[in-house]
Design a protein around this ligand. Sequence first.
Ligand SMILES: Cc1cc2nc3c(=O)[nH]c(=O)nc-3n(C[C@H](O)[C@H](O)[C@H](O)COP(=O)(O)OP(=O)(O)OC[C@H]3O[C@@H](n4cnc5c(N)ncnc54)[C@H](O)[C@@H]3O)c2cc1C
Length: 226
Amino acid sequence: MDQIDVFTDGFVRLDSAMADDLSVVNAARVSFGTRKEAMDERDDGLIGFLMRERHGTPFEHNAYRFHVRCPIFVMREWIRHRVGSFNELSGRYAKIDDSFYIPSVEDVRTQVGKPGSYTFETVAPDVADRTRSAMEESYSASYAAYEAMLADGVAREVARSVLPVGIMTEFFWTLNARSLMNFLSLRNQEHAQREIRRYAEAVEALFETRMPITHRHFVEHGRKAP
Ligand SMILES: Cc1cc2nc3c(=O)[nH]c(=O)nc-3n(C[C@H](O)[C@H](O)[C@H](O)COP(=O)(O)OP(=O)(O)OC[C@H]3O[C@@H](n4cnc5c(N)ncnc54)[C@H](O)[C@@H]3O)c2cc1C
């Protein structure tokens, strides 16, 4: 399965991939003028060695192209990862759908502690309900204003200013396994915001299907990109 749904209306879909563990081994072995057709136990060990010693370039000879649907505030964190290519839905050319992120009751949380060492705790059920209702009302008012402007002939690129960062967007994202592991090390970990972490978990599951040995060594060597 190359699509993993995230929250009610989001997903991560692996649109295409040119990626396998053998490419890592062959990229490393070209230094000695040798090439393999199939993986064996020594190759597994070689990938572990490359990961441990942080010989990163053999992990660059592959490509993953993902199609992602997520809230704008998640994408805003995502596009900080510069080593990769992005193309996003245009709010200038297309009318943006009225689909918004509303956290589940368990995901409405309070922030405890100081910058750098926050922990997040679940709020009382009535606070969660009020938060979710306030979001719904705010989203609905913003979207009504957007539609009213469009009905008045205002350009989409101007009208979109009233839309909140909880609205859904879509993008294509292409990158190699080395950069992907850097993304996972930062976004699928306890300090990452919960919402992008859910997406990073989906990215990681799809990465594991294509490069299981590389993924295993990434995990065993402390989840650091080589
Ligand atoms: C928990 C968390 C909290 C964060 N909080 C903030 C915040 O408060 N404010 C904020 O602005 N950002 C914040 N960020 C974003 C963070 O600073 C990075 O921009 C983001 O994680 C991308 O990481 P990256 O640069 O390693 O990835 P990429 O841009 O994909 O780069 C991959 C690697 O390439 C190399 N590289 C890329 N560009 C350069 C360069 N110009 N010079 C040298 N080496 C380069 C580096 O080795 C880098 O690790 C946060 C990120 C996380 C995970």
